[in-house]
Each structure stands twice: as C-alpha cells, then as structure tokens.
Design a protein around this ligand. Structure first.
Ligand SMILES: Cc1cc2nc3c(=O)[nH]c(=O)nc-3n(C[C@H](O)[C@H](O)[C@H](O)COP(=O)(O)OP(=O)(O)OC[C@H]3O[C@@H](n4cnc5c(N)ncnc54)[C@H](O)[C@@H]3O)c2cc1C
Length: 431
C-alpha cells in the first residue's frame, strides 16, 4: 500500500524505461517524494519481446508488481524456462538441453505488455514528458540541492537524481565528473523480428520453440528464439559477432544509426549455409528486420554514484544481451536503491552514505553479469575455451545462469543496511 511521504528529501528520476519506471513505483510505494522526467512524449518500448529471469521476477514480486504483470499475460507464461541448444548448421540437431532449476521461474512477454502493466501503477502527476535532461548542476556552494536542466529550457530542483536514462545517459557525465567516454561498440550486431508461430510451421520449421526458448549455435553467430503471447508469436534475435578485436576498438562509421531497418537479404547473407530450420525461419522474418549495432557501457564505471546522483539500469552497466539479463539488472538496481532511500533511517543528512552503499552493493554484481553475458555469447559462438563441446557449453552456461537467476536480493538489502550501521550512517539498533 502507498504511504504518505515521510522524508525530508526529494528524488528525481531521469528516464522512464523499465528501470526508471519500476524505481519510481517502488519509491512511490515507500513514501519517498519522487518525480520522473522522460525525454519522450509518452512511456514507450520497442516492438520486441523481453525475457525476465527468476531474479527479475522476484524483484517484481517484492515491489508488488508481479500480479499486475500476470494480469496482462497468460498465467502459464510464468514458468521454469530451460533453454534448448541446437546446432544451427545441422538439421534439428539438439546439442543439449539446459534444465533450469524448478524454482527458476521466468517470464517471456512483449515489451509493450510489460509497460502496460507498470504504467497505471505510477501516479500520473509524478510523470513529466518531453523532458530531455541536458545537464545536472549543483545549486549554490554548500547546498545539497541539485538542478536538472532540460532541453526545453526548463529545470527542476531536487535532492537526489537517479539517472535511468539508458546507454546514452546524460546523467553519466555528472557521475564520471568528466565528458562521457564509456559507450563502446560491442562488435556485435543483432537482427530482430517477431514471427507468428503458424508461419514458421507452414514454412516447414521443425524445432519445438513454443514451450522452451531455443538457441541455435554456430561459429561467431547464434539465434535466440523465445515464445511470447502464449506461443502464438516467436521473438527472434539473431547475433553476428567479431572476436578478433577488443570491445571498444572499433566505432561505427560516422552517421550510422545504432538501430536501422535493413533488407532481409542482409540477414540471409549472414546465415548462408546454416541448417534447414534457419532457412525456413528466414522465409518468415519480416521483409525489413531491424538491425541493432549493440553498444555497451565499457570500460566499467568505478562507481554508480557521485554525491547525490546515482545511475541505474543501462545508464550504469548496459551489457550484451546474451543472458537476457540487462533489464533484470536494472530492476535489481531499482529495488536496492528504493529500499535504501525508503528505509526509515535514510534522511537528507545521510543520503551520500546511502547512495555510496547502493553502488558498493550493486556494482560488483552488475559488472559480473556484464562479464558473464559477454562470456555466454562467446560460448554460443563456439569461441569459448571448449569450442563447440556440448559438455563444456552446458557447464559454462549453468554457472552463468545460476549466478544471474539464483541471487538472493533480500540478502543484499540486509548487507547494505548492516554496512550503513557499521559506517554510523544508520544509528538505530532495530527498526
Ligand atoms: C537485442 C537486445 C535484446 C535484449 N533482450 C533482453 C531480454 O530478453 N531480457 C532483459 O532483461 N534484457 C534484455 N535486453 C536489455 C534490456 O533491453 C535493457 O537492459 C533495458 O531495456 C534497459 O532499461 P533501462 O530502463 O535501464 O534503459 P532504457 O530502456 O534505455 O530506458 C531509458 C529511458 O530514458 C529515456 N531517456 C534517455 N535519455 C534521456 C534524457 N537525456 N532525459 C530524459 N530521459 C531520457 C529514454 O527515452 C528511455 O525511456 C536486450 C537488449 C538488446 C539490445
């Protein structure tokens, strides 16, 4: 239940993607005065699917949003989701099945549906649109207040800024205290499309993809297929990567957009010589799939926080999507920061310590998931130490998925509170 404000400070969130929105809702529910500023004219998501692992599902449950999401999807879409790996060059040739632990229940859904579930929960007067943040400055010397400047010439004064403004974050340069140099091309492109399952069947596609997600692996390339809309639609993401150069060593040619639509032939060319199911899938892809030149935050940030300004989600740690974990990490950030800001002992005079603790708890795990996501891509693409060996792939992926999905976020909250007590920022012995 939402509670009346009990704080002597205000929070402004910049960016209303999933991280910012969930954070705003969690703060609203904790009774923290919060406003959200979004650059676009309305909340919106791209036309694609999103997979949320059990760690993300636990956050939604803890924030009281899981029921809202479940109302929008078929109940069976919350389930244990293993992954079945196939040799992309073969003919329906299973490499191995990754059996998730029974308690690892995840969700696959359309991003727009996810947003539809979240948006009505945020009190409308808290959301401000067409507000593109251009800079953050401190008020007068000695004041803890901050000013957010927007492109339309307006500004907003607040005590805490949470930058949830995605990989192209405008808030990040404040945290870096320098011009932002942390966005790098990942040497990976992804082709994306949504395909009706019946079209796949008609095209002669044989691999079962309605129940469990499937991953077709092969040299330097792989395909992820997972069902949304109760299996009526299959979300397709096809990756092509280079491993011969380090991340960040190459930039896109000037003027090349990060996301563009391309003729289907460009995608087909990449997968020439792959097996019959991939050929069937190609027939069903939209004529102009979208091509994403995936960028990441790299090198990693030393801290997600500076003073009273904190980063969450892709603004802090945009990663390769190979474990389907990016949004989940944003949700974990949103949960921890909102639990700490909403804690009864957090007030204006200990905000800096509280935000530092947020960064200290969240940064190592988010960075580890960043690294594991990259490593998982290399495993799918037969670039890991064990190449295409099925047992090697299974073991590697199990350790990655277990790390991401089996996390105890309540232990993180306890750890953070105990650290704040040790530092003397929280003084009460019991709450
Ligand atoms: C191909 C691909 C597949 C993926 N699949 C998955 C998956 O299955 N599961 C998963 O968990 N993750 C997945 N991810 C990652 C996931 O999409 C991101 O981690 C997640 O969307 C990040 O959410 P966010 O709210 O932090 O940032 P964003 O979604 O980027 O939202 C940022 C928001 O801030 C706004 N904004 C930007 N700049 C400003 C500004 N200056 N002022 C005000 N507002 C601003 C934007 O308009 C936007 O609304 C995938 C990513 C890719 C590329």
């Amino acid at each position: 239940m939402d509670t009346p404000p009990n704080k002597d400070f205000e929070v402004a969130i910049v960016g209303g993607g999933v991280s910012g929105l969930v954070c705003a809702i969690a703060l609203q529910r904790a009774g923290v005065p919060v406003q959200l500023f979004e650059a676009a004219a309305a909340f919106g998501e791209i036309g694609a699917g999103i997979g949320l692992g059990s760690n993300a599902v636990r956050v939604l449950k803890a924030v009281g949003l899981l029921d809202e999401v479940l109302k929008k999807i078929h109940p069976s879409e919350l389930r244990t989701r293993g992954f079945i790996y196939y040799n992309g060059l073969g003919d329906n040739q299973e490499v191995f099945a990754y059996d998730a632990h029974p308690e690892d229940k995840g969700i696959g859904m359309h991003r727009a549906i996810f947003l539809e579930a979240l948006v009505p929960v945020l009190e409308p007067q808290r959301a401000h649109f067409n507000k593109r943040c251009t800079s953050i400055v401190r008020c007068a010397q000695g004041s803890r207040r901050l000013v957010i400047n927007f492109q339309d010439g307006t500004s907003h004064e607040t005590d805490v800024v949470i930058g949830a403004d995605g990989i192209k974050s405008a808030v990040r340069s404040f945290v870096l205290d320098a011009p932002d140099d942390r966005v790098a091309f990942s040497n990976t492109v992804a082709y994306r499309g949504l395909v009706p399952y019946k079209d796949l069947q008609e095209a002669g596609f044989k691999t079962p993809v309605v129940q469990d997600p499937a991953c077709f692996v092969g040299p330097s390339k792989h395909f992820i297929l997972f069902p949304i809309k109760n299996g009526e639609v299959i979300n397709v993401v096809a990756f092509v990567a280079r491993y011969d150069i380090p991340i960040g060593s190459e930039k896109l040619p000037p003027g090349t957009p990060w996301v563009e639509t391309v003729p289907k032939e460009a995608m087909e060319k990449e997968y020439e010589g792959w097996g019959p199911d991939i050929a069937a899938l190609m027939k069903c892809m939209p004529e102009t799939p979208s091509k994403w030149s995936i960028h990441v935050v790299h090198p990693p940030l030393d801290s997600f926080v500076k003073g009273h300004v904190a980063l969450i989600g892709d603004a802090a740690h945009a990663m390769l999507p190979h474990l389907g974990a990016g949004a989940g990490q944003g949700l974990e950030d949103a949960y921890i920061i909102s639990r700490l800001l909403g804690h009864p002992e957090t007030q204006g005079d200990n905000l800096e310590a509280v935000l530092e603790t947020y960064s200290r708890i969240r940064r190592p795990r988010a960075q580890m998931v960043w690294s594991m996501s990259r490593a998982a891509g290399a495993v799918y693409d037969w670039q890991g130490a064990g190449g295409s060996d099925a047992e090697f792939m299974r073991e590697e992926l199990r350790s990655h998925y277990d790390y991401v999905w089996q996390h105890d976020i309540e232990a993180d909250v306890e750890h953070a509170i105990s650290e704040l007590r040790t530092k003397g920022a929280y003084v009460a012995h019991s709450v």
